[in-house]
Structure formats: structure tokens, C-alpha cells
Design a protein around this ligand. Structure first.
Ligand code: KG4
Ligand code: ZN
Length: 336
């Protein structure tokens, strides 16, 4: 097979990223500029600030990705970009940069769904095999997605309210850790014990949906009640109890789904895939309860937002000739 090169761009939230990917599975470069420090003092991503940073960074990041990959624009087979979901102003910066590259060098433009990108981050490390089941857990999404082949996506379960990462970030604010709280709560959880026994919402229900807002409320009530009584709670135990509740439900429903769907692989994806507790519990559960299923977990640097995963997903579309035209727009609410 002749080698195919894709320049990929990702600007859906608060990372400006560009990557060059060969044949959908080999990373020649993956440059990620995080804006997290600019948003931290606001306790969350401020869309206007995100867009402004993307504008300042995008050209430099693309050039750096091309330089590090040692590839010329003439060698590219396509340019791919995240079209959604995400912040509309942020998406537009990437989309316009990609259109400019496509037009200037007369190469095809590929529009990629961010969620599909997260799933395909795994392809950069291991060959994905079908049928597979993916647990997508990020700041904006919590979904169980069944894939019969590389181009088919069936959402078999999803959150009815907060995404897992969103719940982490919200309770992180209550405990007082910097935004985004997920990573900090994860670290604290490992030093504590599940002493508060928060609810495992919907764990017994006969479906693959999730709910995290009740857990979030239970957590916040526990902290507020203690404050009113001047009681001091153990933050590490609080974090461990919260994490245990999240992980229990995610793992329980995912294992049930992987067995029912008779998937060959279970593929973890999204920012919360970096969670140590989840990685460990899922590994253990597959070993004990889903023998024969191959578990793929992306390395930590490919769990969060990055352009390499967009390039990996785009390769499937390149092979099928699924191209976008210059009317491409940011689609903030795009689903899989
Ligand atoms: O996929 P991602 O980078 O952005 C979205 O597409 O949403 O995910 C970001 C989310 C944030 O909510 C962040 O707190 C969470 O991933 N996260 C974690 C961990 N690392 C990042 N959540 C729990 N444990 C972690 N170690
Ligand atoms: Zn993401």
C-alpha cells in the first residue's frame, strides 16, 4: 500500500492541535498547545478566550506539526479537521484553517466528528478489530457506542444528564482543586477510601444509560451539610467515594454491554479514559468477567483532545472518499 498522509487539525475546545498521520495509524507529529492555564482562574473554559487563543496559535501549530513530521504540503493526501461537537467559535478557527490549507494546496478536505476521533485514538497504538464496543467518557460526553465496522456507529447508551468528566469538574470545584478537576480528584481518590457510599445511579436498570447529576448532588449535599455543622470531612475519602461510584456504574454497564453485543474489542476513549481508577477497574473486570475480549486503552497523551486522533479517524473517510467542500461549517451539536 502506498503511504497516505493526512494533516489533521483539532480546535473544538481548549487545545489547539495539529498532527500529521500516515495511513491512519502512524503518528509523524502531534503538537498540542493547551490553554488550560488561561481558563483556570474562571473555573471552566471561557469560549471567547478559547477562540482568541486558537487564532493566535493555529498557524504556528500547523507549521510545527509539518516541520516535525518532515512533510511538505505537496506530499499531503488530505487535510482533516474537527467539525463538531464543541464550541462553535473554537471549531470555526480550525475549520477555516483547514479550508485555507485545502484550497491553497488543492487537496481534499475531510470533516471529522470529535467523538469518533476519540475512539480512533486507539488505532494509533493497536489495530482496532470489529465488532467493537467503545466507552466514550469525556468532558462533554458519556456514551457506549457499538461499531460493526470502521464507519458504523450505534449509540446503545448515553448519559441522561451530566457527562462523567463534567461531574468530576463540578465536584472538583466544590472541593477546591484547579480546573479541570478530573485529574486532581483521581489522584486524591487513590489516597482515600470509599467511606461515603454515594449512590450508583441506574446501575440496576436494564439499559445502558447513565446519570451522574444525582451523584453530583449527593456529593455537594454531603459537603454543605458538613460545613453547616462545622464538621471537617476527609477530602481524599470524598474523592475516593465519588470515583468509586462513577467507576462502578461505568464498568458494570460496559461489561454487560460488551457481553450482550459479543464484541471482539472493548475500546476506552475520551479525556476520562486517563482516569487511573477506571483503567484499573476495567482491566480487572474484562479479565474476570469478559474473557476473550481484547481491551484497548489509549496512552495518557492520546486520551485528552489532540489532532492525531482526528487524523486517525479521517483515514477511514479518506479511503471511502468522504470529503467535505468549502461550505463546511462548525457544528457545535453534532452527534456520531
Ligand atoms: O476529551 P476531553 O479532553 O475533552 C472533551 O472532549 O470533553 O475530556 C476532558 C475531561 C475533563 O472533564 C477532565 O476533567 C477529564 O476529561 N479528565 C479526567 C482525568 N483526566 C482528564 N477525569 C477523571 N480522571 C482523570 N484522570
Ligand atoms: Zn474531547
Amino acid at each position: 500500500m502506498s503511504s497516505k498522509l493526512i494533516l489533521a487539525i483539532e480546535t473544538s475546545c481548549d487545545e489547539t492541535s495539529a498532527a500529521v498521520i500516515e495511513n491512519g495509524n502512524r503518528m509523524l507529529s502531534n503538537i498540542v498547545a493547551s490553554q488550560v492555564k488561561s481558563h483556570q482562574r474562571f473555573g471552566g473554559v471561557v469560549p471567547e478566550i478559547a477562540s482568541r487563543h486558537h487564532v493566535e496559535q493555529i498557524t504556528l501549530i500547523i507549521e510545527e506539526a509539518m516541520r516535525e513530521a518532515d512533510v511538505t504540503y505537496e506530499e499531503l493526501d488530505a487535510v482533516a479537521v474537527t467539525e463538531g461537537p464543541g464550541l462553535v467559535g473554537a471549531l470555526l478557527i480550525g475549520v477555516n484553517a483547514a479550508k485555507a490549507v485545502a484550497f491553497a494546496h488543492q487537496i481534499p478536505l475531510i470533516a471529522v466528528n470529535h467523538i469518533k476521533g476519540h475512539i480512533f485514538a486507539n488505532q494509533l497504538v493497536n489495530e482496532m478489530k470489529y465488532p467493537l464496543l467503545s466507552l466514550v467518557v469525556s468532558g462533554g460526553h458519556t456514551e457506549l457506542i457499538y461499531m460493526d465496522n470502521p464507519g458504523s456507529y450505534e449509540i446503545i447508551g448515553e448519559t441522561r444528564d451530566d457527562a462523567a468528566g463534567e461531574a468530576y469538574d463540578k465536584i472538583g470545584r466544590v472541593i477546591g482543586v484547579p480546573y479541570p478537576g478530573g485529574k486532581h480528584i483521581d489522584e486524591m481518590a487513590h489516597k482515600g477510601k470509599d467511606t461515603y457510599h454515594f449512590p450508583r445511579a441506574m446501575i440496576k436498570e436494564d439499559n445502558y444509560d447513565f446519570s451522574f447529576s444525582g451523584l453530583k448532588s449527593a456529593f455537594i449535599n454531603t459537603v454543605h451539610n458538613a460545613k453547616q455543622k462545622n464538621e471537617v470531612l476527609n477530602d481524599e475519602n470524598l474523592a475516593a467515594s465519588f470515583q468509586a461510584a462513577v467507576v462502578d456504574v461505568l464498568v458494570d454497564k460496559t461489561i454487560r454491554a460488551v457481553k450482550e453485543k459479543q464484541a471482539k474489542q472493548l475500546v476506552l476513549a475520551g479525556g476520562v479514559a486517563a482516569n487511573k481508577g477506571l483503567r484499573e477497574a476495567l482491566t480487572q473486570a474484562v479479565k474476570n468477567e469478559a474473557e476473550g475480549v481484547e481491551l484497548l486503552i489509549p496512552p495518557l497523551d492520546l486520551c485528552g483532545d489532540n489532532a492525531a486522533m482526528i487524523g486517525a479517524a479521517a483515514f477511514v473517510q479518506l479511503e471511502k472518499g468522504e470529503f467535505a467542500d468549502y461550505t463546511l461549517n462548525g457544528r457545535p451539536g453534532l452527534s456520531v
